[in-house]
Design a protein around this ligand. Structure first.
Ligand SMILES: Cc1cc2nc3c(=O)[nH]c(=O)nc-3n(C[C@H](O)[C@H](O)[C@H](O)COP(=O)(O)OP(=O)(O)OC[C@H]3O[C@@H](n4cnc5c(N)ncnc54)[C@H](O)[C@@H]3O)c2cc1C
Length: 423
């Protein structure tokens, strides 16, 4: 069997290793287009904080790891896929025939349509190369403007703040993490971050950037000017699917996959940030761009590539964030279900918040701030779709009793049936 994997991030690496474990004799080719050993983007913030060196971002740290597994690594860019002929064509003219193909090409940062966005010292924070540029500029006291306060933006902000830079954040939405948390939660995070000395501009956009000697001047929609030594653009990402045009592989935002991580073309699989799977709580399609999802899908795809019929439960939105020491999380349908019920509890002073979303008596979504003990429980209840029965009303009165509800449900499930218990 010839297995070709395009992409050598977490999804690709885990898949290659899983295929090797299942089949000692398979041909495995893993293609990546960045001139780095396979690495984890989510380790970049730790690199910027200074907790790790570059090697700390590498997914596998032993020299010759992939060679020892007889996984052939190829540095190059896949240009197109001929699904009828089962061949991957590369930019450099070479090609790779396959029996099974896995596409895990991840995504790329969106380029904002703003004049001046190509100025030197305007970077995204996506690759190790970006991180090197940022580390060189974001020295203590440097003025940094970050465009975008989404999930990745907030993670980067944490790293930048630890470097002692003077930080401005411009976010188009009316709050921080607008696509990840409720209005109250996003507002609370913004208030926390402002208290920590970050200038947060919400409901604002950068309309132009101009160079002024060594500095950059960003103009916002209301005419405000922000002077910066470095601008980091973090305004969303898009799956890397352009090279699949004409291949017949069905894509919407990402590559459409079923519960086996297979595409509409038999023998062609996709996993990770590039893939669009069914969200198990909403039944709708979702690009769930987080590393645990990439790893899970990489594993499921690999098992099916070697002929072991394996199905994923579906993907689930899980976001856990540390913004300058304030831990927040959102799960599943945090925005609520149609015809469902919800409850929200806010403690503005102590930066505590919880919102629960129900469909009938099942918890389908949640948002929390400052309640780290509850994170696993909220996730567990949503993922297991546990019918809460009378606990739903209790939670509607006091959502902080969610731990009690979870324990009570878990006990009920592990208790033997009454007849059995009486014997
Ligand atoms: C700064 C930052 C912080 C993050 N923090 C977190 C976090 O805290 N928690 C979390 O869960 N997630 C986090 N993420 C997201 C996480 O990194 C991604 O979900 C994860 O990397 C997805 O893995 P992947 O294998 O699907 O794609 P990627 O890691 O993007 O790997 C895809 C690889 O394919 C290569 N490629 C693309 N196109 C081609 C082509 N045509 N030919 C050959 N190679 C190609 C790419 O260059 C890349 O090397 C963070 C991301 C960033 C940028």
């Amino acid at each position: 069997m010839k297995h070709v994997i395009i992409g050598n991030g977490p999804a690709g690496v885990v898949a290659a290793e899983a295929i090797r474990r299942a089949d000692r004799n398979a041909d495995i080719v893993m293609i990546g287009d960045e001139p780095e050993p396979p690495y984890s983007r989510m380790a970049i913030p730790y690199l910027l904080v200074g907790n790790i060196q570059e090697k700390g971002t590498w997914l596998r740290k032993t020299d010759g790891h992939f060679a020892s597994l007889n996984i052939k690594e190829v540095l190059g860019c896949a240009k197109s896929v001929d699904t009828a002929g089962r061949v991957v064509h590369m930019e450099d003219g070479s090609s790779f025939a396959y029996d099974r193909l896995l596409i895990c090409t991840g995504s790329h940062p969106l380029k904002l349509p703003v004049p001046g966005i190509d100025s030197p010292n305007v970077h995204s924070c996506w690759t190790l190369d970006d991180a090197r540029h940022i580390a060189a500029k974001a020295k203590k006291g440097a003025r940094v403007l970050q465009i975008g306060a989404g999930f990745i933006g907030c993670i980067i902000m944490e790293a930048l703040a630890s470097r002692g830079v003077k930080l401005d954040i411009v976010e188009m939405g009316d709050r921080m993490v607008p696509r990840m948390m409720t209005s109250k939660a996003g507002g609370m995070i913004a208030r926390w971050v402002k208290q920590k000395g970050v200038n947060v501009h919400t409901s604002a956009r950068v309309t132009s950037i101009r160079q002024n000697g060594d500095e950059l001047i960003a103009t916002l929609g209301d005419g405000t000017e922000v002077v910066a030594d470095l601008i980091i653009a973090s305004a969303g990402v898009k799956p890397n699917v352009a090279f699949l045009q004409g291949s017949g592989i069905a894509c919407a935002t990402g590559i459409l996959i079923d519960e086996r991580c297979e595409t509409n073309i038999p023998g062609v699989f996709a996993a990770g940030d590039v893939a669009e799977a069914v969200d198990f709580s909403t039944g709708e399609r979702l690009v769930n761009a987080i590393q645990p999802n990439a790893v899970d899908q990489g594993r499921v795809a690999a098992m099916n590539m070697v002929g072991r019929n394996t199905r994923s439960q579906g993907t689930m939105a899980i976001n856990v964030l540390d913004t300058l020491g304030l831990i927040s999380a959102s799960f599943g349908q945090w925005w609520g279900a149609e015809g469902g019920d919800s409850v929200e509890l806010i403690d503005e002073e102590r930066f505590r918040y919880i919102s629960l979303q129900f469909k009938d008596d099942v918890l389908v979504g949640a948002t929390s701030i400052g309640l780290t003990d509850h994170v696993g429980v909220l996730r567990g209840l949503i993922q297991t779709r546990t019918p809460l029965g009378s606990w739903k009303q209790r939670l509607m009165h006091d959502p902080l009793r969610v731990m009690e509800a979870y324990l009570s449900m878990a006990q009920a499930q592990s208790a033997p049936p009454l007849a059995e218990a009486l014997h």
